[in-house]
Design a protein. Structure first.
Length: 217
């Protein structure tokens, strides 16, 4: 007989039997319970969701915004933040290897507009304009997008109203171009693009109020 020292249970094997012939069905639940506890302890020590290390299927789709999905998304965001310095380091390495002087020479042969531009100028222009963003793990509802766009538009309008009275007409045109860009990027609110004639705005001379006349409101 084989005795389990911890539980005191006994498994009996006859003279003509082997260990392989034992019925282990009753051990399945206990083994799974022990395994899950081990994985949960590992997840707790690693500060990560247990459902992730257990490879559990979420009750809802990942983009549905369930609590499990949000917990996993927060964990992945923390990992992304921790890895950011490493990615920044390798970004620089990859840029120097990809945009090498030899590559730039071949580019100058193909595109004449680069012939008069030094390699260092082009490289740092590309480097400064390079931007890589992680995708959002959780889908944002259309209602939430509209709410965010509305707040951005309201902030832009308030800034426009504060700044314009203090500006000359040329800067008013620039401000109008900026708010046009803000509006056109808010696709959930603006269905057709706002196209302004900035040159006409810059050249426009507002009418002067006649002394004593009521302002035209």
């Amino acid at each position: 007989a084989i005795k389990a020292a911890q539980s005191g249970n006994v498994l009996s094997i006859g003279a003509d039997e082997t260990v392989e012939s034992l019925d282990l069905k009753n051990l399945k639940d206990a083994a799974e319970f022990a395994r899950n506890n081990i994985l949960k302890n590992i997840a707790t020590a690693a500060n990560m969701p247990a459902s992730l290390i257990n490879n559990e299927t979420l009750a809802e789709g990942f983009g549905e915004g369930s609590e499990d999905a949000k917990q996993i998304a927060r964990y992945i965001d923390r990992v992304r933040i921790e890895m950011r310095p490493l990615y920044s380091l390798f970004d620089d390495i990859v840029m120097h290897r990809a945009w090498s002087p030899e590559f730039y020479e071949s580019l100058q042969d193909k595109y004449p507009e680069y012939k008069a531009k030094p390699y260092e100028t082009a490289f740092y222009a590309w480097k400064n304009n390079f931007k890589a963003e992680w995708p959002n793990l959780l889908e944002v509802s259309d209602d939430k997008k509209v709410e965010v766009d509305a707040k951005i538009m309201e902030s832009a309008r308030a800034l426009f109203e504060v700044m314009v009275p203090k500006m000359d007409q040329e800067n008013v045109a620039r401000m109008a171009g900026w708010i046009s860009d803000v509006a056109n990027s808010r696709t959930m609110l603006v269905s057709s693009p706002l196209d302004l004639d900035l040159d006409a705005i810059a050249a426009f001379e507002p009418p002067q109020n006649v002394a004593g006349a009521e302002p035209n409101l």
